[in-house]
Write a protein that binds this ligand. Structure first.
Ligand SMILES: Nc1ncnc2c1ncn2[C@@H]1O[C@H](COP(=O)(O)OP(=O)(O)OP(=O)(O)O)[C@@H](O)[C@H]1O
Ligand SMILES: [Mg+2]
Length: 389
């Protein structure tokens, strides 16, 4: 049997890996495991997550992550660090959307007071944390900094939890970026809306007088200050947009779709695949996570007396052992049905996208909360020897 590994060759040369896919399937965990694997290949890797549930921190065995890159001490967390690590390093950070925007405003503020004015602005405060698409935008902005910063060889980008896959990809995009076009319109107004900006900014204009009458002085002050902030951000964001577009289209950028074998998730994953195609991108690997290993209930020694007694105790009466045996048979039967369902789903996927893109990762007995567990997960993602599920 040949080792099937569509992922490791990509990790060797990638500068950016984007992990996308339906909600709750293991994107964050997979991003961390891929990051670890690449670090052990000798690369300087940062895993950037937008996961508000702090699962990346958890799976790295940390309490929390901040908006600053944080290095994970591999020697401290692994029993043995393979020699292949060489100069390799693993870093992680969690996106703080508001802080990222603040930093951006601070950096581009034309005068020292501009940042303070933005901070005090009600509209800015509201939009910086709630506007749909802002999170994606800020993630891409951070990505830009990490990618161009010169320190890291590889950025692994985890994508945010979405109610369903469609929501994230349906965020309208400019070319291949995950920008929200509505945001772009705010930041990079068309000629017509720019003139509206201009009129709002002009204290003597009819537009401003009208707005003051309708919404009151304070609101209009907030609004015009907000537009002022946008004015000086415009140029910076536009040039970044172009750079990010370039990064996402680079041949060292790879999109991995993470899914589970659950039919609904599978459908969403295929939707991602199609959508990436429409954006002239392609998914270069499909990770099917938490696959139930293939087994038949009948093959398991459910009724083995010694094992039953381990559960029920040495002195358990025969009726109790019989009841336990029947419960176990039912549970095994249910699990083997799920295993068959997973196998069928995998076969269906293989017919659609081809088996060479697919990598399966089995359902582990527990959640992934340590670097050691990530290492065993990465053994399935990039197996060094033949693995049969
Ligand atoms: N192969 C696996 N076996 C067992 N548990 C797993 C496996 N992969 C991931 N998990 C667990 O599943 C849970 C969900 O994983 P994770 O947070 O990575 O999903 P996600 O796709 O990032 O979710 P969200 O869309 O909410 O961000 C976590 O508790 C994780 O430890
Ligand atoms: Mg996640």
């Amino acid at each position: 049997m040949k080792t099937h590994d569509p992922i490791a060759p990509l990790l060797e040369g990638a500068r950016l890996v984007v992990c996308c896919g339906p909600g709750g399937v293991g994107k964050t965990t997979t991003a961390a495991a891929l990051g670890l694997r690449a670090a052990l290949m000798g690369r300087k890797v940062i895993v950037l997550t937008i996961d508000p549930a702090r699962r990346l921190a958890n799976s790295l065995g940390l309490e929390e992550l901040s908006n600053q890159p944080q290095r994970i001490d591999l020697a401290e967390n692994l029993e043995t660090v393979p020699e292949s690590v060489g100069e390799g390093e693993l870093w992680a950070m969690m996106l703080d959307q508001k802080k990222t925007l603040d930093d951006l405003v601070k950096k581009h503020a034309p005068d020292p007071g501009a940042f303070e004015r933005a901070q005090a602005n009600n509209i800015y405060r509201l939009l910086s944390s709630t506007l749909h698409g802002m999170q994606e935008y800020m993630a891409l902005d951070k990505l830009h900094d990490l990618y161009t910063g010169g320190y890291f060889d590889l950025v692994v980008l985890d994508t945010p939890p979405t109610k369903n896959a469609l929501e994230f990809l349906e965020t309208p995009t400019r070319a291949a970026t995950f920008f929200d076009e509505r945001i772009i319109k705010w930041f990079i107004p068309s000629r017509r809306s720019r003139s509206l900006f201009g009129r709002v900014l002009d204290p003597g204009s009819v537009v401003q007088k009208l707005l003051k009458t309708i919404f009151g002085e304070a609101f209009v002050k907030d609004l015009s200050e907000f537009f002022e902030t946008l004015e000086f951000l415009q140029q910076a964001l536009q040039s970044r947009g172009e750079m990010i577009d370039y990064i996402l289209r680079d041949e060292q950028t790879h999109f991995f779709v993470i899914t589970s074998a659950d039919p609904r998730r599978m459908k969403e994953a295929l939707f991602f695949h199609e959508k990436l195609g429409e954006l002239s991108q392609k998914a270069e690997a499909f990770v099917i996570n938490r696959v139930i290993p293939n087994f038949e209930a009948a093959d398991l020694e459910v009724a083995n007396e010694a094992r039953l007694k381990e559960f029920a105790g040495e002195d358990a009466p025969d009726e109790e052992l019989a009841a336990l045996s029947s419960e176990l048979s039912k549970a095994y039967e249910a699990l083997s049905r799920l295993a068959r369902r997973d196998r069928d789903a995998l076969e269906g996927l293989a017919r659609k996208i081809g088996p060479e893109l697919m990598q399966r990762v089995p359902m582990l007995g527990q959640d992934v909360h340590s670097i050691e567990q990530l290492l065993s997960l990465s053994g399935y993602l990039t197996p060094s020897r033949p693995v049969e599920l």
